[in-house]
Design a protein around this ligand. Structure first.
Ligand code: AMP
Length: 232
């Protein structure tokens, strides 16, 4: 049997958890397509603000470059604003990079109600693997396709569109260390926050994007579609 890919919840809200470089962005794009929801990456939003040299971008640029977290208040207001636009459009949301702290999670849940979050999916990849992935990651400035390069090479041609793919400003060795250590500090309380509410599911993030996506859909099935239903 094959059923609709659209879950019974008309506008699903799904939170993605996992280390930087675990593949949250890649899976968010696929899940958003599958669930007919919008992918919201707070990291992308902040990088766009930096690139546009907006007042917010100027304020957060040094924080991003150091690999630290921007303030909980700023992140919460940015996400709630976007969520309000989406609820008007009756669209669901795949949250990639938010909430990042238990405090953000708590404030978010108080603002929207816990029952509106359908699941928190953790993509689990060991720290040694993500460290290598981040050091070799280069992102195309034109089409955002991610490609790889040896650690010493800063820029390569994008295989997708031929423009230049560069190292992200926060993929330097020092910023990677900082970001991963900030992640480890926040991960346990954040995971507990969602586990306590029966919302946490975890999948092994090693393997091809297709394999991880299949695992994710299988793990999410009971949360989004109800146990036992076939998912397209
Ligand atoms: P990401 O692309 O998710 O790794 O995010 C890149 C950077 O944006 C992070 O290192 C933080 O400086 C900032 N950032 C993104 N999301 C958040 C968040 N929810 N809370 C605080 N800072 C964030």
């Amino acid at each position: 049997m094959r059923t609709s890919t659209v879950p019974p919840t008309a506008s699903p809200i799904l939170v993605l958890l996992g280390r930087q470089g675990a593949g949250k962005g890649t899976q968010a794009v696929r899940l958003a397509r599958h669930l007919q929801a919008v992918h919201l990456s707070t990291g992308d939003l902040l990088r766009q603000a930096v690139a546009a040299d907006s007042p917010m971008g100027r304020a957060v640029a040094p924080v991003l470059a150091r690999g630290e977290l921007v303030s909980d208040d700023l992140m919460l207001s940015v996400v709630l604003e976007r969520l309000a636009e989406l609820s008007t459009a009756r669209k669901g949301m795949i949250l990639d990079g938010f909430p990042r702290t238990a405090l953000q999670a708590d404030a978010f849940v108080r603002a929207i109600g816990v029952s509106t979050i359908d699941a928190a999916l953790e993509i689990d990849v060991p720290v040694a693997v993500v460290r290598d992935r981040l050091a070799s990651r280069r992102v195309c400035g034109a089409c955002s396709t991610v490609t790889t390069a040896p650690p010493a090479i800063e820029a390569v041609a994008c295989g997708q569109c031929g423009n230049v793919a560069r190292r992200r400003a926060d993929d330097t060795a020092a910023a990677i260390d900082r970001r991963l250590s900030v992640y480890e500090e926040q991960a346990t309380p954040l995971r507990k926050f969602f586990a306590d509410r029966g919302l946490l599911v975890s999948v092994d993030g090693l393997g091809s994007p297709e394999t991880v996506f299949e695992r994710a859909v299988k793990a999410l099935r009971p949360m989004l579609w109800g146990e036992g239903m076939a998912v397209g």
